[in-house]
Design a protein around this ligand. Structure first.
Ligand SMILES: [Zn+2]
Ligand SMILES: [Zn+2]
Length: 400
């Protein structure tokens, strides 16, 4: 099946979808307008769907010859609370912004659905299209992937393979027209932890009557960094960053409590669990050596490291080579310590998350993700669907 030509023919339509979605960015899982737009386009293609998953997510099912073998294609579709400053003719009209390229992901998800629905008589299995809100996180609980799974997105049918992509400039040594792939850990976990340091408050003039939560915290901050520098293999990526330290009310009061929050990033589950355990042990040890104590909370509800399955990654590489040519399909040498909640889906079905470079410096697209001037090169919008449709089609054929 040659999806290269059919994807190129669909290119203008994909651009149109992307621009329509770009005008109406919604944040978190509150994406009713985006959901309605996606559903209306799926209606036109005659693809049935369940909506309202994880509040406003959509799971559409394209049934091919074999209904038991199911391949999932995931596209996220949420924007960010950023006021757009691109000056584009189709710039956001509502004060939010698609500053991470998820408008393009949703448009390419629709493009993939269209390409495959046009050949569904020849499709040796079914395809589950996931249009996911809340990838950028939600202030009031888990992100969109977890919520969609909790609402049964992967329950009936259960997919046995999956693919997803990110465009933009995450890996800067790639240029538009190429495809980046990587087997194993490609993005890190995104965990939040909280340490409440507990001592005993006192008058600033009488420190001996206190258990100083600030002194304990001072020791703790430097000790925590030794977990990464002294306990982790230097060749294993690991990050412990503190983001908040809150204590005190006045200059002459020694506070009895201090609250610290931070994030852990790791590329595999083993390192992730080690860091979580050691942060608690070190914090507790430092606090008790100074007569204090801690309360510790680790947010396991954050996404795990994004783990790409080796054989699915090879499938992706083969499909991408058919579309852009072998020499433009390159391995991502260094994973990103950023996170992606596609990890939740990849824990359920082996798959791969790949990179579609989408920032063209010659077109002035030099702004980073989550910047008010972020933009992507629409010339790549046919490539993602062509690669994903090829991968899905070929893989289903091999299972037949
Ligand atoms: Zn983002
Ligand atoms: Zn993103």
């Amino acid at each position: 099946m040659d999806f290269k030509e059919s994807a190129k023919k669909l290119h203008q339509k994909i651009i149109e979808w992307r621009r329509d979605l770009h005008r109406i960015p919604e944040t978190g899982v509150d994406t009713p307008q985006t959901e309605a737009y996606v559903c209306a386009e799926l209606d036109k293609m005659g693809i049935p769907y369940r909506k309202g998953l994880g509040r406003h997510g959509v799971a559409a099912l394209l049934e091919g010859k074999n209904k038991k073998t199911v391949f999932a294609v995931r596209a996220d579709m949420d924007g960010l609370p950023i006021r757009e400053e691109t000056g584009l003719p189709f710039a956001s009209e509502n004060g939010n912004m698609h500053a991470c390229g998820h408008d393009a992901h949703a448009a390419m998800g629709l493009g993939t659905a269209k390409l495959l629905s046009d050949v569904k008589d020849q499709l040796e299995g079914s395809v589950l299209f996931i249009f996911q809100p809340g990838e950028e996180g939600c202030p009031d609980g888990p992100g969109g992937a977890k919520r969609m799974l909790d609402d049964g997105a992967f329950d009936d049918p259960v997919p046995s393979a999956m693919v997803g992509l990110h465009t933009g400039c995450i890996w800067k040594d790639f240029v538009p027209g190429e495809i980046g792939y990587r087997s194993g850990g490609i993005m890190a976990c995104m965990d939040r932890f909280e340490i409440l340091v507990k001592g005993k408050g006192s008058h600033g003039a009488y420190p001996h009557g206190s258990i100083d939560a600030i002194s304990i915290t001072g020791q703790l901050i430097s000790e925590l960094q030794t977990i990464v520098s002294r306990e982790i293999d230097p060749l294993e990526p690991a990050v412990v960053s503190l983001g908040e330290v809150h204590a005190g009310t006045a200059f002459n009061i020694i506070p009895g409590e201090c609250r610290i929050t931070g994030t852990v990033r790791a590329l595999n589950q083993e390192t992730r669990e080690f860091l979580a355990r050691r942060i608690e042990e070190v914090a507790s040890g430092v606090a008790s050596s100074m007569r204090g104590s801690i309360e510790f909370k680790y947010g396991w509800e954050g996404p795990a490291p994004v783990m790409n399955d080796p054989s699915m990654t090879e499938e992706l590489r083969l499909a991408a080579a058919k579309i852009v040519g072998e020499e433009k399909v390159r391995e991502i040498a260094r994973p990103s310590m950023g996170g992606e909640d596609i990890a939740f889906f990849l824990e359920k079905a082996p798959g791969t998350f790949f990179f579609l470079p989408g920032c063209n410096e010659e077109k002035g697209q030099t702004w980073p993700h989550h910047n008010s001037k972020f933009d992507i090169d629409e010339d790549v919008l046919w490539i993602g669907p062509a690669v994903m449709a090829t991968m899905v089609f070929d893989w289903l054929k091999k299972q037949a």
